[in-house]
Design a protein around this ligand. Structure first.
Ligand code: NAD
Length: 420
C-alpha cells in the first residue's frame, strides 16, 4: 500500500495545510503559531494483564489540539502504527472538522499502540479500562469527549464510560460518544459518518457533473465508514458499487456488488476477499479504477504524488482522515477532480456524536428521523458554505473548508483574547 511505501509524517501535512490557508487569508504571527501547536498532550505508558498471566506495557496518547470554540472532541484509535505525530495530526483535523460543520467544539484525538486483531476481548477490555483511567484527569463532558475511531467500537466506548463513571462514583454518559443506545448512545450514530458522506456526495455531484444514480463507486476500506457509505449510496441513491477492499485486499465487479451479501460474507469470513462472482483487486489498483466516485475509507496517505496522476474518478470523497497528501491534492485539482475533503466528507460522525452528547447532557433523546434530518441539514449547509468559499476564492474544496474552519477558530481566539 502507498502508506507503507511512502513515509509521510501526517503532522507535517496538517501543519502545511494550516500554512496554505494562513497565507491565503493573511493570518500571521502568534495566531498562526497557535494554530500549529497542540494545546495539550498526554503520553501514558501502562501495564495490562494478558490472558496468559503476563503483563505488557502499552503506550497511548491523548492530544487536545485547540479548545477556543469549546470542549475538545475526537476519537480513540487502536493500531500498531499509532504515533504521537499521527495523533497530533488527527487532533488538528478534528479541530477544523468541528469548525467546518460549526459544532461548539475544539478538536482532540487519542490512540494506543497495540494490535487489537491479536488481542482477546478480555485483554482489550483491560487495556481500555486502564487507558481510560490514565487519561481520566483530562477527560469529561465539559472538557474532552472521546469517541470511536479505527478498531474501537461501541463496546470500547461502553467500557470507557463505565470506567470513568466508576472513578466518579456516578454514571456519566456524556463523557464519551459512540456508546450503545442502552447507555445513552444516539440513534443513527453507527451510520452517521457514512450517511453524512453520502449526503455530501449527493450535494456535490451536480457541480462535478456526476450522476449518482447509476454512477460507479469504489470504496477503499469496508469498515464502519466505508461499508455504510457504500450501502447508503447503493440503497438510497441508486449508485453501483463496483469495488471495495479491506486490509487483506479487494474485490471488483463491473456489474456492481450486492452490498448486503458482501456484508454477510465479511461477517462470516472476516474480509471482503473471496466474495463470489468478483475479481480480486489490490488496494493500489482499486484507487486507480475508472469510476465516478472514489471513496478512500481506510487510512491516511493513500493518494500521494506517486499515484495521483493515475486517479481516474470524477469525485474523491474522503471518508477516511488524511487519505490525500498535499502534493497529491494539487495534482487532483489540476486534473479537475472534485475532492470532498475529510474535514467535510466524514464530519457526519462527529456531528451525530455532538447530537449524542447534547442528548446525554439533557437526558432527553431523539428519534432516528430527528437525528438523520438534523444531520442532513448540517451536512447540506456545510457543503454549501464550503462550495461558496471555493467559488469565491477559486480554490479547491479542501482549502475552502480550511478557510471556513480556520476563520471560525481564529475568530474565537481573537474574541477570547490571550490569557492572562
Ligand atoms: P474501521 O476499523 O471500522 O474500518 C477500517 C477499514 O479499513 C477496515 O475495513 C480495514 O480492514 C480497512 N483497512 C485497514 N488497513 C487497511 C489497509 N492498509 N488498506 C486497505 N484497507 C485497510 O474504521 P472506521 O471507523 O471505518 O475508520 C476508517 C477511516 O474513517 C479512518 O480514517 C477514520 O479516522 C475515519 N473516520 C471514521 C469515523 C467513524 O465514525 N467511524 C468518523 C470520521 C472519520
Amino acid at each position: 500500500m502507498p502508506s507503507e511505501a511512502v513515509q509521510i509524517n501526517p503532522f507535517e501535512t496538517a501543519k502545511r495545510q494550516v500554512d496554505i490557508v494562513c497565507d491565503l487569508i493573511g493570518i500571521n504571527g502568534g495566531i498562526r503559531e497557535m494554530l500549529k501547536y497542540p494545546k495539550r498532550e498526554l503520553s501514558v505508558n501502562f501495564p495490562v494483564r494478558m490472558d496468559d498471566g503476563s503483563y505488557r506495557v502499552f503506550s497511548g496518547y491523548r492530544v487536545q489540539y485547540n479548545m477556543a470554540r469549546g470542549p475538545t472532541k475526537g476519537g480513540i484509535r487502536y493500531h500498531p502504527n499509532v504515533t504521537l505525530d499521527e495523533v497530533r495530526a488527527l487532533a488538528a483535523w478534528m479541530t477544523w472538522k468541528c469548525a467546518v460543520v460549526n459544532l461548539p467544539y475544539g478538536g482532540a484525538k487519542g490512540g494506543v499502540i497495540c494490535d487489537p486483531k491479536h488481542m482477546s476481548p478480555g485483554e482489550l477490555e483491560r487495556l481500555t479500562r486502564r487507558y481510560a483511567s490514565e487519561i481520566a484527569p483530562l477527560i469529561g463532558p465539559e472538557m474532552d469527549i472521546p469517541a470511536p475511531d479505527v478498531y474501537t467500537d461501541s463496546q470500547t466506548m461502553a467500557w470507557f464510560m463505565d470506567t470513568y463513571s466508576m472513578l466518579k462514583g456516578y454514571s456519566v454518559p456524556g463523557v464519551i460518544t459512540g456508546k450503545p443506545i442502552s447507555l445513552g448512545g444516539s440513534e443513527g450514530r453507527g451510520e452517521a459518518t457514512g450517511r453524512g458522506c453520502a449526503y455530501v456526495i449527493r450535494e456535490a455531484a451536480p457541480h462535478a457533473k456526476v450522476k449518482v444514480k447509476g454512477g460507479t463507486v469504489a470504496v477503499q476500506g469496508f469498515g464502519n465508514a466505508g461499508s455504510v457509505v457504500a450501502k447508503i449510496l447503493a440503497e438510497e441513491q441508486g449508485a453501483k458499487i463496483v469495488a471495495v477492499s479491506d486490509s487483506r485486499g479487494g474485490v471488483h465487479s463491473p456489474a456492481g456488488l450486492d452490498i448486503p451479501a458482501l456484508e454477510a460474507h465479511k461477517a462470516k469470513t472476516g474480509s471482503v476477499v473471496g466474495f463470489a462472482g468478483t475479481k480480486p483487486v489490490t488496494n493500489e489498483e482499486l484507487l486507480e479504477l475508472e469510476v465516478d466516485i472514489l471513496i478512500p475509507a481506510a487510512l491516511e496517505n493513500q493518494i500521494t504524488p506517486k499515484n495521483a496522476d493515475r486517479i481516474r474518478a470524477k469525485i474523491v470523497a474522503e471518508a477516511a482522515n488524511g487519505p490525500t497528501t498535499p502534493d497529491a491534492d494539487q495534482v487532483l485539482y489540476e486534473k479537475g477532480i472534485t475532492v470532498l475533503p475529510d474535514v467535510l466528507a466524514n464530519a457526519g460522525g462527529v456531528t451525530v456524536s455532538y447530537f449524542e452528547w447534547a442528548q446525554d447532557i439533557q437526558g432527553f433523546f431523539w428519534t432516528l428521523k430527528e437525528v438523520n434530518d438534523r444531520l442532513e441539514r448540517v451536512m447540506v449547509s456545510s457543503y454549501a458554505g464550503v462550495q461558496a468559499e471555493a467559488q469565491k476564492r477559486k480554490v479547491h474544496n479542501r482549502t475552502a473548508a480550511y478557510v471556513v474552519a480556520i476563520s471560525r477558530v481564529v475568530d474565537a481566539i481573537r474574541r477570547r483574547g490571550v490569557f492572562p
